[in-house]
Design a protein around this ligand. Structure first.
Ligand code: ATP
Ligand code: MG
Length: 780
């Protein structure tokens, strides 16, 4: 028989082979896009299991998304069989949740059923705190506070340390943040909740303060592997380092084998605290490290690679690497200059039609990328009209919709009665006569007695909360009884005494008994119909979750359940899944046969035969924010590199001369990155036709307003606000108005100072507006 290693190493190039078989000290694999880093990591795990006698439970592999984790687990299972399912393959966050739940007894004041607060929950809690502290919320928005606190957490700076540092800092914001931070942590703990950053930070703190726990995990995870290492932040770096250990540290357990793979040129999460330093200084951090470079690209054609190399080579201070491929030159890169974003979307849609009609690609082979989420609109409009099936990944996510969040908040409260943010969210949703005043009475009572909000609600129901009127007291008693009722469903068991609850039934019960569904059903607002659909979708998601668990009953034995892990199929398990979904986790399955639309950030790690990278305009991509800042500009250039290198066979790049920003058409010059692609690689379908084409604008539009003038203009009145009153709108254009919202131009009339447009603002009606400086401003 063929030894397993022959099949496992089959098809790998010598460097890849070396990376898969390397034994001993820390291993760094640095390589450009598409060179097989993720593939090598997967093979390496399989090799560990098949050839080096490593038990699946000894492997901890970290990926960037849950979806990538699932894929990697499947692939390894495909190579070595089902026992691969006992490995820990997950995101940093999901691994940390598992450790924290298992060790909850060591976390002061926390239970293993802690709730995970996402960004919205955090902001709500911060808003409550700001109110209590009577902060100027204009100056210190919840968003600003959340970012500042997140930055501190990513650097592993706790509230005490932040307060100490703030003592010597003259900046008021620093002091305010330190103060809010302390309150915020206290309230999180009281709610038995962790926010996202805590998951990492608290795991690090746990390991650092309990050497025996660190020892336990180090004995356990003899192999730690990290994909996309260039996007780790400081807290994640310390976590890895602590878990793995170092030669010569005083632990009785020798260091584990560490293997990290990454590409500094693809580091695009600096805004979340990621630092290239971690990859750049790996060799300094781990002096005994071995570094392997991969240079052969297996993904793209040479033309695509040459374009990517040429763009990224403009970044300074990087480690030069040349990617090559033996897959041939391939097609030229197709370029297109559109009049505006609708025209750009039109071009993309007709190219998609053409390619699919020609039979060489399926819809699912195609992806469209843009810099910011709001750009998906124009594509959606046009794709719907063209009948191009698509799926937008990211944007307002399903779990972020208000009604879905409300329902999940109910579930969180059932699971964790101390979850204050969720409790207060649903307290009067749907309305049940518990007003702001009553809520404040309960909150004050809780604060005064130093008890949780949930406990204070019980007091309120019992009538021992001062200043609460009888009506509110009754309403609260009703709410408390409702939650008790709902909790009873959770404890239902079948004849054999097993947990029998289908989470779908729980969601159903909440929808019914809270009156939430009835309220939406009675409404004649069409939006509420859509909300009902979403809630029904949530019921389906929950049912599917429960049935998956039932079907996987056999498998569940193989996936070793560990202390602290929520019971399979439990409400806690469902909530954990919901809390940890990320944008990239909603990627359509390939068989869906749809075009994928997503931001460049979400595209990291993926590949598609046909890729459209759109919006190559200075101010758009690179983003406006980055124009004056060399560090940010380098990061944007890496984003361009990521985008280009997703393409396997065909790459399209496009830009629009005019693009709506903040509701006004703004003229943007060509992206400097586009100019960095060598012209001989380009096939221009349409070039900038120059000023005054297509649109009823006077003279010299566009280029005249480039440069400094554009940059100094306030964003909401970009260059489109010409000095002359030229009409820059056409019938069918989508506009956004401060007061009326989004609309479509129905009619344009006149020119110069008398120009007017009629815009259909949907439910806000049709409005005739006079143009001021080329944009519709004044209602007639
Ligand atoms: P990125 O930097 O974008 O994350 P990567 O370095 O992780 O890319 P992979 O996604 O692992 O690259 O691989 C890119 C493509 O090349 C995949 O389709 C993979 O299956 C293929 N590939 C990798 N190594 C080989 C090989 N030795 N022979 C053939 N195909 C390979
Ligand atoms: Mg990869």
């Amino acid at each position: 028989p063929v030894p397993a290693s022959d099949t496992l190493l089959e098809g790998l190039n010598p460097q890849q082979r070396e990376a898969v078989t390397h034994e001993g000290g820390p291993l760094l694999i640095v390589a450009g896009a598409g060179s097989g880093k993720t593939a090598v990591l997967t093979r390496r795990i399989a090799y560990l299991l098949a050839e080096r006698g490593v038990a699946p439970g000894q492997v901890l592999a970290i990926t960037f998304t849950n979806k990538a984790a699932a894929e990697m687990r499947e692939r390894v299972a495909g190579l070595v069989g089902r026992r691969a399912h006992a490995m820990w393959v997950s995101t940093f966050h999901a691994s940390c949740v598992r450790i924290l739940r298992a060790q909850a007894a060591l976390l002061p004041g926390m239970n293993s059923n802690f709730t995970i607060y996402d960004a919205d929950d955090s902001r709500r809690l911060l808003t409550m705190i700001s109110k209590d502290l009577e902060l100027d919320t204009k100056k210190y928005s919840a968003r600003l506070l959340a970012t500042q606190i997140s930055n501190l957490k990513n650097e592993l700076i706790g509230p005490e340390e932040a307060a100490a540092a703030a003592g010597t800092d003259a900046v008021e914001l620093v002091k305010v943040v330190a103060n809010v931070y302390a309150h915020y942590q206290k309230r999180l703990r009281a709610a038995n909740a962790f926010d996202f950053d805590d998951l990492i930070g608290e795991t690090v703190a746990l390991l650092q303060s309990h050497p025996q726990i660190t020892e336990y995990y180090r004995r356990r995870f003899r192999h730690v592997l990290v994909d996309e290492y260039q996007d780790t932040n400081h807290a994640q770096y310390v976590l890895v380092r602590t878990l793995v250990g170092e030669a010569g540290d005083d632990s009785p357990v020798p260091p584990s084998e560490l293997c990290v793979v990454g590409d500094a040129d693809q580091s695009i999460y600096a805004f979340r605290g990621a630092t290239i330093r971690n990859i750049e200084e790996f060799e300094r951090d781990y002096p005994e490290a071995r570094t392997i470079l991969l240079e052969q690209n297996y993904r793209s054609t040479q033309n695509i690679l040459s374009a990517a190399n040429s763009v990224i080579s403009r970044n300074t201070g990087r480690r030069e690497k040349r990617l090559w491929t033996d897959s041939g030159t391939g097609e030229l890169i197709t370029g297109y200059v559109a009049d505006n974003e609708h025209d750009e979307a039109q071009f993309v849609a007709s190219e998609i039609d053409r390619l699919v009609d020609a039979g060489d690609v399926r819809y699912s082979d195609i992806a469209v990328f843009y810099r910011t989420n709001n750009s998906s609109r124009a594509f959606e409009d046009v794709f719907i009209r063209h009948g191009v099936p698509y799926k937008v990944v990211g944007g307002v996510r399903f779990y972020e919709r208000k009604e879905v969040r409300d329902m999940v908040a109910y579930l969180k409260v059932l699971d964790n009665p101390d979850d204050t943010v969720s409790l207060r969210r649903v307290l009067n949703t749907p309305r049940r006569g518990i007003g702001d005043r009553a809520e404040a009475c309960v909150a004050v009572h809780a604060e005064r007695l130093g008890i949780g909000f949930g406990q204070a609600l019980l007091d309120a129901a019992a009538g021992t909360v001062p200043l609460l009127n009888t009506r509110a007291q009754k309403a609260i008693a009703g709410f408390v009884a409702l939650l008790d009722d709902l909790r009873e469903i959770l404890t239902a068991t079948d004849a054999d005494g097993n947990d029998a609850v289908d989470i779908g039934d729980v969601v159903e019960a909440v929808l019914e008994r809270t009156g939430y569904r009835a309220e939406l059903a009675a409404s004649d607002d069409p939006q509420d119909g859509a909300r009902l659909d979403n809630l029904n979708e949530l019921v389906s998601v929950a049912r599917e979750f429960s049935s998956d668990v039932r079907n996987a009953a056999g498998l569940a034995d193989e996936i070793e359940r560990e202390e602290g892990d929520p019971a399979p199929g439990s409400l806690a398990a469902f909530l954990e899944k919901v809390s940890l979904v990320a944008d990239a986790d909603q990627l359509p399955e390939n068989e869906d046969g749809v075009v994928t639309l997503m931001t460049l950030h979400t595209a990291k790690g993926l590949e598609f035969p046909v890729v459209f990278v759109t919006g190559w305009e200075d101010g758009q991509f690179p983003h406006m924010r980055a124009l004056g800042d060399p560090a940010e500009l380098s990061e944007e250039r890496r984003l361009a590199y990521v985008g280009i290198t997703r393409a396997r066979r065909r790459l399209y790049v496009s830009r629009a001369v005019l693009r709506s920003a903040w509701g006004q058409p703004v003229s943007n010059p060509e992206s400097r990155f586009l100019q960095e692609i060598p012209q001989e690689l380009m096939d221009w379908r349409r070039i900038d036709p120059g000023p005054a084409r297509g649109l009823s604008i006077g003279s010299g539009y566009g280029s005249r307003f480039g440069g400094d003038e554009r940059r100094s203009a306030t964003p909401s009145f970009g260059a489109a606000r010409g000095r002359n009153n030229h009409l820059v709108l056409a019938v069918g254009d989508r506009v956004s108005h401060d007061k009326y919202g989004l609309g479509t131009v129905l009619e344009t009339k006149g020119s110069g100072p008398t120009a007017t447009v009629v815009i259909d603002f949907g439910s806000a009606g049709k409005v005739r507006l006079m143009l001021v400086g080329g944009v519709p401003m004044i209602k007639l």
